[in-house]
Design a protein around this ligand. Structure first.
Ligand code: AMP
Ligand code: GLY
Length: 423
């Protein structure tokens, strides 16, 4: 089989790495990492026509769309209308991520537990609401903001400032509509579910680390690292998540004329009583979650994607993982606000045992050099029988990569390590 992965980040490198085990892989536009396992097609994700042409030219069987932007822009719709086989939701269904206001409406219809929130387009009304609600509050841009559009505000002054900045255009059109949301306490989880719109295959849940610095301090980012599995996950919790979150949401989307196929990502807060509340939905695999979930998932994912994309009947089966993975993101100095780019990267001559190095924001420079080309540069995944061993492997690889100003967390997986120590 020939597969095209659309995108060019760490998630897409992980997808290409997995698919290359059983298929011929193409990636558009890809990055120097995807070029090691497949063929890069230098086509921007926004050029839908050129992508369709290239898919035909190379006789590609299946196209898997990685990032949210092309999904929200209707790439899956366009390729399907051209008679091509695509894994990924339509633009209508992708609104579950591209409009937080729409996601809240769907959750309210479906009775899915989530934080109470109000939507505003007018600053005065938003400020008035903030003045009468207890902190902490979360201020969010409704549209796509590369994972940086949510600000957790400990004080009213901070909330007022965040609301003012967003409505003044800090995130462009994405922040013309904002949500002011109640703060949820608990433990955050990323649940990725492959779905044909009716059934779900829940992949091993993972935990992202959104904050820039160790100890979960500093600003929110697109994600600084992730690990899986979590010992708090039981079969019963997965069933609760399916029955109270995933299946009702899919039913409400279908009801609204937006049936969802692809990967539905539920960002959940598990409250102290063990119940899941939705923080956000995404219409795709998570990044960097994919870089830990794919290496440990035991399901034949390409077969599932193929069956869903073709509308064939399929039987999702639950396969708990039998090992652990930790990924540590290596970010450029200045990330997330203004990452510095262009510096040369030195990789270790050999990737250490039990590790995988996924490229996110890298580019090939002159004479075979590798350069920093994005905020998140590389993801160092470590594997092992448990999270502690996987974290040590991930850290060894993270330390062995060199570029000027490299930033990375030393504590990815700390919650799981604390649980292991306490038990
Ligand atoms: P989002 O852009 O909605 O994914 O939010 C980014 C991050 O902000 C989440 O992953 C959480 O860590 C945090 N966050 C967002 N909403 C809430 C909330 N209502 N309560 C607590 N933390 C939140
Ligand atoms: N890691 C969070 C996301 O992919 O949105």
């Amino acid at each position: 089989m020939k597969v095209l992965v659309v995108g060019g980040g760490g998630r897409e490198h992980a997808l290409c790495w997995l698919f290359a085990r059983s298929a011929t892989v193409y990636c558009a536009p890809g990055n120097p990492g995807t070029a090691q396992v497949g063929t890069n097609l230098p086509i921007p994700v926004s050029d839908h026509r050129a992508l369709a042409q290239s898919i035909r030219e190379h006789r590609i069987d299946l196209t898997v769309i990685g990032p949210e932007a092309p999904l929200a822009a209707g790439l899956a719709d366009y390729l399907t209308s051209e008679g091509l086989t695509v894994f990924g939701p339509t633009a209508r269904a992708a609104r579950i991520e591209s409009s937080k206001a729409f996601a809240k409406q769907i959750m309210s219809r479906a009775g899915v537990p989530t934080a109470a929130s109000r939507i505003f387009t007018d600053l005065e009304t938003a400020l008035k609401y903030i003045r009468t609600h207890p902190e902490p509050l979360v201020i969010k841009a409704s549209g796509l903001a590369a994972g940086k559009g949510a600000v957790v505000c400990q004080s009213r002054a901070e909330a007022q400032q965040a609301a003012s900045e967003m409505l003044a255009g800090r995130f462009g059109d994405a922040g013309r509509e904002i949500l002011v949301e109640e703060f949820l306490v608990g433990e955050e989880l990323s649940v990725l579910a492959v779905t044909d719109g009716e059934r779900v295959l829940v992949l091993p849940p993972s935990q992202d680390h959104k904050r820039l610095l160790d100890g979960d301090l500093g600003p929110n980012t697109g994600g600084m690292g992730a690990y899986a599995p979590l010992s708090i996950i039981t079969h019963r919790l997965i069933q609760t998540i399916e029955n109270t979150v995933l299946l009702p949401t899919l039913a409400a989307l279908a009801d609204q004329g937006a049936p969802f196929t692809g990967v539905l990502y539920a960002g959940l807060m598990i409250d102290p009583s063990g119940s899941p509340n939705v923080v956000e939905f995404n219409c795709r695999l998570g990044d960097p979650e994919t870089q830990v979930v794919l290496p440990i998932a035991r399901n034949p994912l390409l077969e599932h994607f193929w069956a869903v994309a073709r509308g064939e009947s399929w039987r999702p089966e639950h396969c708990p993982p039998d090992k652990a993975a930790v990924t540590t993101v290596l970010a450029a100095p200045g990330y997330p606000d203004s990452p510095k780019k262009g510096m040369p990267i030195t990789l270790p001559p050999e990737v250490p045992a039990h590790t995988l190095l996924f490229h996110s924001g890298t580019a090939s420079g002159p004479e075979g050099t590798l350069r920093v080309a994005g905020g998140r540069v590389l993801c160092a995944t470590g594997l092992g029988p448990d999270v502690a061993t996987a974290q040590a492997a991930s850290q060894r690889l993270a330390a062995a990569v060199a570029f000027e100003g490299k930033i990375y967390r030393r504590d990815i997986g700390w919650r799981e390590l604390a649980r292991a120590r306490a038990s």
